[in-house]
Design a protein around this ligand. Structure first.
Ligand code: LLP
Length: 489
């Protein structure tokens, strides 16, 4: 068996991964608007260099571009408002707080004219602390506790999105007991499953969320759970039925799935309005708009998706002869995901040689190729997505530029687990060394939010950078924070 040299295009790399022409380049559209390379070659964000950030706040660190967050929030609001202006006077955009939530972000969301979608009592607590009006907040969850429902009622929430028949009755009863009416949306499963590049429509959704729209042939009246819920909501004195909701998935690029779900819900809404002589003034089409994690991801601008969705809502309402309900959406990832990169310091490096068929030859004629493992000072505790979803990311050398040759690398964390991968495949300069800083873009959504203390690592802080200054919006944990919860006996 022969030994191949460090060739640029490694046979170990996945087909989608190209060798970048320039390893120092920040490839579009992975980075927040203000990220660039400064005069010394190191990354800067909002006018602050990553080396300063490292010095002031340490690593690992989530670094968020505040202006970029605000711009993405505004882009959703403005483009959906414009596309739906003639249909329902605009769109209410609920930022999905589960993707990343802290009080600073709630304030930005409010200042940019958006609302807030929460999914637990804890997220409601953040909303309350941030001081957002309850009327601009929604609560989700497939298993809300009575305490969470009561908290929502105490805060005068604009909408509680009810997930099941059981819950509908509980929400109605709790509201009625206090002489109030809960504002309720019903979460339906329209049978549309969307993935990044495609969607499939099925008759029935085998999942925990929502009320099925498929007729239940075992039910006495042969009606769907969704219809049963509409009838029960309309009849319950503790419920003001605002309308219907669906959320078809996450990290979706094409608008077709959203459009089909909208059409299905509108047809159902029209049928229910007629059958039960009610009006449902609201339709929430959920979130799920995709972002770029690697250069091969091609998300659509918000305006393009808005236009496609508006066309279907317009034509379906016209065909059904109904007034369009007020539309709302719940983007999380597409607002916060690309605003943030994670800054890590490089530690241990090692190169292994892996067997693979020699380029252009038949299997059996194997050659070994190098794969370099670049260990960083975080890992699956600050980004669980590669482990959970096989998610791909990208990375660049952040503290300097390099003219060295590209080397296929795997960025890994420091946890006691071989699956602890941060970036599975990326070309980094051959001369990356301990003490260098790496930046992994696209970590604004579902990274800090999903972070853990595995191996007693303290969870990193989140820094917001704007106009040449950086401030912690969530401080990182200390060892003391971790030890404080250990009762010692
Ligand atoms: N609305 C509802 C009802 C949702 O369940 C979700 C996300 C959203 C809105 C926001 O979706 P987005 O626009 O962020 O895609 N942890 C997974 C994603 C879970 C999404 C859960 N629901 C990940 O890291 O990919």
């Amino acid at each position: 068996m022969s030994v191949a040299s460090n060739t640029a295009a490694s046979p170990l790399a996945p087909d989608w991964l190209q060798v970048p022409a320039d390893l120092n380049e920040l490839q579009e559209p992975l980075w927040a608007g203000s990220v660039s390379r400064g005069a010394d070659g190191g990354l800067t964000v909002g006018g602050v260099s990553v080396r300063e950030l490292k010095e002031q706040f340490g690593t690992p660190l989530f670094v968020m571009d505040e202006a970029d967050f605000r711009a993405r929030a505004r882009a959703f609001k403005d483009s959906f408002d414009a596309a739906f202006a003639d249909i329902c006077g605009g769109v209410d955009v609920y930022y999905a707080g589960k993707s990343f939530l802290c009080t600073a972000v709630v304030k930005w969301v409010e200042e940019e004219g958006l609302r807030l979608d929460t999914a637990s009592g804890g997220e409601l607590a953040v909303a309350a602390r941030a001081g957002i009006a309850g009327s601009r907040v929604a609560l989700h969850g497939n298993n809300k506790s009575d305490a969470e429902i009561n908290r929502a009622l105490d805060m005068g929430l604009g909408r509680i999105v009810v997930d099941s028949l059981d819950e509908l009755v509980r929400v109605g009863d709790l509201a009625q007991a206090r002489g109030a009416q809960a504002k309720v949306m019903l979460r339906l499963t329209p049978g549309v499953h969307a993935h990044t590049h495609e969607f499939i429509a099925t008759a029935h959704e085998d999942q925990k969320f929502g009320l099925s729209m498929a007729a239940d042939t075992t039910a006495e009246a042969g009606i769907s759970a969704a219809e049963e819920a509409v009838a029960a909501a309309a009849a319950h004195p503790g419920i003001e039925l605002l309308g219907l909701h669906c959320h078809i998935g996450s990290q979706i690029f094409e608008p077709d799935g959203f459009a089909l779900a909208a059409e299905k819900l509108l047809r159902f809404l029209a049928a229910m309005q007629e059958k039960y002589s009610i009006t449902m003034p609201e339709l929430d089409l959920g979130g799920g708009y995709g972002i770029a994690y690697t250069p091969v991801d091609t998300p659509r601008p918000a305006a393009e998706i808005a236009t496609a969705m508006a066309a279907v809502v317009r034509s379906t309402c016209a065909e059904l002869g109904i007034d369009a309900p007020r539309i709302s959406i719940e983007p999380g990832r597409a607002i916060v995901g690309s605003t943030t990169f994670t800054l890590y310091e490089v530690g241990t490096l090692k190169t292994v040689r892996v067997d693979a068929p020699a380029a252009g030859s038949d299997a059996g004629n194997n050659v070994t190729y190098p794969r370099r493992y670049v260990s960083v000072d975080g890992g699956m505790s600050d980004n669980a997505r590669p482990v959970l979803y096989d998610a791909d990311y990208s990375a660049v050398l952040a503290s300097r530029t390099s003219g060295a040759a590209p080397q296929l690398s795997r960025v890994v964390g420091k946890h006691c687990e071989s699956g602890d991968i941060v970036v599975r495949d990326v070309y980094l300069p051959e001369d990356v060394a301990a003490g260098d800083l790496l930046a992994v873009p696209g970590t604004g959504a579902y990274c800090w939010a999903l972070s853990s203390n595995y191996n007693y690592l303290a969870r990193p802080g989140v820094v917001a950078v704007r106009d040449g200054s950086a401030r912690l919006i969530v401080r990182g944990e200390t060892e003391e924070d971790l030890l404080n919860r250990d009762m010692g006996a």
